[in-house]
Design a protein around this ligand. Structure first.
Ligand SMILES: CN1c2c(nc(N)[nH]c2=O)NC[C@@H]1CNc1ccc(C(=O)N[C@@H](CCC(=O)N[C@@H](CCC(=O)N[C@@H](CCC(=O)O)C(=O)O)C(=O)O)C(=O)O)cc1
Ligand SMILES: N[C@@H](CCS)C(=O)O
Ligand SMILES: [Zn+2]
Length: 770
């Protein structure tokens, strides 16, 4: 059989939020009632067609080379709607009302849970699948979008989350029997996908892409071998559908090596994996003769100009395998990188010139793919100039001032275990207790208070030069004073300054540290309409001035209660930035840790008795391959300890973790050696606590009792129950009472109401302690 022609160049997906966050604005306007459903539909369509046009201009000109990878909110939610796998509580809803209710909840129903998409900072909505959940082809949006593109003159490739990945990411619906696994419903999902394939074929689709990243992960509830076996079965069944479009199955994010042999035997026409994972199959006996290899050679996660010579060599290494054809692609969807470096302007002229040539955002990556595909199809000699140019850029980058700083390198080289080690907790604990004099079950919050539109507007006005620095600083001080007064009025025990000066908990630090650059337009979707601008860590990192001390000191000057110093930890700073690829990550982490260590020393010298160092991304960056966990946790935990071990025994170090399942990293959480750890727990109703207790965790713990992802105000009774559950699992002397996470996405009415209930609940349980 001759395999059908797959385009020589493609990408797995393109950002969809819009180059100027048009999707965010349209959706939020719809929510606010400022535009109606027709206007939102038209905005969606406009964005999709603009993306296709742009991708064609960038060189994706072959049929099916442009992925139709749009999502209004989330690609996993899209499949839930496609399958009609709607939890009972949303019954009777349709269209946008259904879609956004699933995403955000409504008056009567809480939303679906949100969690991290593999090892990224993107969050998806967790499907809830039980034995009775309806599953069928319930929505034809994919087919309609294909037809819409075709009518506008674009031959696109519909792109969906694959059946195994969809179910592997689902959780069992409430009430499902204990032995039930969502994967038990695979046949039903396959039937629905089979029907969809038929409809796409009828609509004229030549290729369709299914993403199966679950096959690259050891971090999911199902064993990887089971997922691969399930995929083998599912894809054999789907390949047997007739008529259907040609199928590309992709395996992004982790290592696909274990899954590739099975996928080649299913009858699908093309498989995608990172080029470096495909090459070792040469001479292995695995038969690739009937499957096109779509090779991920351009990194979809990072933003550095590619070494095209290296990419050329890795494509050449696939030649013995690619009897049915090799195509050039990205390792992942480009949804994790911003659109275009060309719209950026950096203040420092040298950095501006450097960054423009060092960086490749989505559009630049598409060009890289197109150039490599030309080399592959027309001969490598035809792209020799581009290859040389990329090598010259990398050479210039390695020699640029600031990329290597001897002072920073020497300091990291001199780090030894003693710098990562505090005195024993047993010695610290009484000193901290005496210094702080807190009641049992102390109440606190995680750091941020609502980032009101007013604060954001003030910062935007300051950035545009419409108000001066003095005016901006005054506005932030006023906000801090309000937040302190509010917490005192509510009788919270340990206060925060509320983080109003921070645009983002990573970007704020990146703006103040040497070695980082920040973007003005480099938005990347984090979830739904929420975006971040990941910072760019391009050089050796150094702190040349304090980062937070003035704000903490100001807040502390307004109250006699302890105010927590508030920092973001090294792992999270790296996880939520684009990090240089020319230095081992452990060394980069130690550079950041040393900068934070100096800040902690200054906060301590300024009198801070409690310093919180947030590490919400600790679990997120856990490698998908189990054999890599140990090395990762060693540098991740080591860098946190390097930052924090400067604390005196009487200084209490807090950390905070959220947005993740923590079961797999309890040892690492313990090894951080923080005096108090606040952790997301409300949604899982404190499930983590028995695990912590069993593990022998002995330090302070603040299981979040308020799920801050929803505007819902939990009652005092509900909060009391959760606190009681906490003290049943962990000795009360170690329990703190706090929300799940920071309050920046919340508004003041629910914040005040809930904190009032939270303090009352803590007092009620406190009163009952013997
Ligand atoms: C805790 N989370 C974070 C993650 N990653 C981060 N890097 N940071 C995080 O806090 N990951 C896990 C979670 C969940 N994720 C998020 C992500 C993003 C938000 C959020 O609220 N994002 C805001 C943008 C935040 C920001 O950078 N604000 C800037 C710019 C403000 C802005 O948009 N200005 C407007 C003009 C304003 C006006 O005039 O009205 C503009 O530039 O157009 C700032 O405050 O200065 C978002 O809107 O998406 C939450 C949780
Ligand atoms: N201190 C941060 C942590 C968020 S994970 C906040 O409160 O927003
Ligand atoms: Zn958090």
């Amino acid at each position: 059989m001759t395999s059908p022609r797959f385009p020589s160049a493609t990408i797995l997906g393109y950002p969809r939020i819009g180059p100027s966050r048009e999707l965010k604005r349209a959706v939020e306007s719809y929510w606010a009632g400022k535009i109606d459903a027709d206007e939102l539909r038209s905005a969606e369509r406009g964005l999709r067609l603009a993306s296709y046009k742009r991708l064609r201009e960038l060189g994706l000109t072959e049929a099916a080379s442009i992925p139709e990878s749009f999502s209004l909110y989330d690609q996993v939610l899209d499949v839930t709607v496609l399958l009609g796998a709607i939890p009972e509580r949303f019954a009777g809803r349709t269209g946008y009302d259904l879609y956004f209710s699933l995403a955000r909840g409504n008056d009567t129903a809480p939303p679906q849970e949100m969690t991290k998409w593999f090892d990224t900072n993107y969050h998806y909505l967790v499907p809830e699948i039980g034995p009775e959940t309806p599953i069928g082809l319930a929505d034809r949006g994919v087919v309609e979008r294909f037809a819409e593109a075709r009518e506008a003159g674009f031959d696109v490739r519909p792109t969906l989350v694959g059946p195994v990945t969809y179910l592997a990411l689902a959780k069992a619906a409430d009430g499902a029997p204990a032995e039930f696994s969502p994967l038990d419903r695979l046949d039903d999902v396959v039937d629905a996908y089979a029907e969809l394939l038929g409809e796409l074929a009828a609509a004229g689709a030549e290729w369709v892409q299914f993403d199966e990243p679950a096959l690259t992960s050891d971090n999911l509830p199902a064993a990887r071998s089971d997922l691969i076996a399930a995929a083998f079965r599912a894809w054999q069944q789907l390949a047997a559908v007739d008529p259907r479009p040609n199928i590309l199955v992709t395996t992004p994010y982790g290592d696909a090596s274990q899954a590739i042999p099975a996928l080649t035997q299913t009858g699908v026409e093309a498989i995608h994996a990172a080029a470096g994972q495909l090459a070792p199959f040469a001479g292995s006996g695995v038969d690739f003769s009937e499957v096109v290899l779509v090779a991920g050679v351009i990194d979809g996660r990072n933003i550095w100009t590619a070494d095209l010579g290296r990419a050329e060599r890795s494509l050449q290494a696939l030649e013995p395998l690619g009897a049915a054809g090799v195509s050039v692609s990205t390792t992942t969807s480009l949804q994790h990188v911003p659109y275009n470096t060309e719209v950026e302007k950096w203040d420092d002229p040298e950095l501006d010139a450097n960054l423009h040539e060092w960086l490749a955002f989505a559009d630049q990556k598409v060009r890289e793919v197109v150039v490599l595909a030309a080399g592959l199809t027309e001969g490598w000699g035809t792209i020799a100039d581009e290859v040389r140019r990329s090598e010259d850029i990398l050479a210039r980058r390695s020699r640029s001032a600031g990329v290597v700083r001897e002072d920073v390198r020497d300091r990291v080289a001199a780090v030894d275990e003693s710098l990562r080690t505090r005195v024993e907790y047993a010695e610290r604990e009484p000193k901290q207790r005496e210094r702080l004099g807190l009641p049992p079950l102390p109440t606190t919050t995680i750091g941020s208070f609502p980032q009101t539109p007013q604060i954001r507007k003030t910062r935007a006005a300051f950035n545009r030069g419409e108000i001066d620095e003095a005016g901006y600083l005054e506005a932030i001080r006023a906000e801090i004073a309000d937040v302190i007064a509010l917490q005192e009025g509510l009788d919270v025990d340990v206060l925060v300054h509320g983080e109003p000066e921070r645009n983002d908990m990573v970007q704020y630090f990146a703006e103040l540290l040497e070695g980082f650059a920040v973007t003005s337009q480099g938005w990347v979707q984090s979830y739904g309409t929420r975006c971040t601008r990941p910072s760019i860590l391009w050089g050796d990192v150094a702190r040349t001035k304090p980062l937070t001390t003035e704000w903490t000191a100001y807040a502390q000057s307004l109250t006699d209660r302890p105010v927590k110093g508030m920092l973001t930890g090294p792992v999270t700073i790296l996880a939520w930035s684009f990090v240089r690829d020319d230095l081992p990550i452990a060394q980069v982490a130690d550079q950041v840790a040393l900068a934070l260590r100096d800040e902690i020393a200054d906060l301590q010298a300024g009198g801070a008795a409690i310093i919180q160092v947030d590490e919400p991304a600790l679990r997120e960056r856990l490698p998908l391959a189990e054999e890599e966990h140990e090395a990762y946790l060693a540098w991740a935990v080591g860098s946190f300890r390097l930052a924090t071990a400067v604390a005196e025994p009487s200084t209490q170090i807090h950390t905070h973790l959220c947005y993740s399942e923590f079961g797999q990293i309890i040892d690492a959480i313990d090894a951080l050696d923080a005096d108090v750890t606040s952790i997301e727990a409300a949604r899982s109703r404190m499930e983590i606590l028995p695990e912590l207790a069993e593990h022998g965790y002995v330090r302070g713990i603040g299981p979040g009792v308020w799920d801050i992802h929803s505007p819902r105000v939990p009652s005092t009774e509900e909060l009391t129950e959760l606190i009681e559950a906490a003290v049943a699992a962990i000795p009360a002397s170690r329990v703190w009472v706090n929300p799940d996470c920071g309050l920046k996405t919340r508004a003041y009415p629910e914040t005040k109401a809930t904190l009032e209930n939270l303090v009352s609940a803590a007092k009620a349980v406190r009163g009952r302690l013997s």
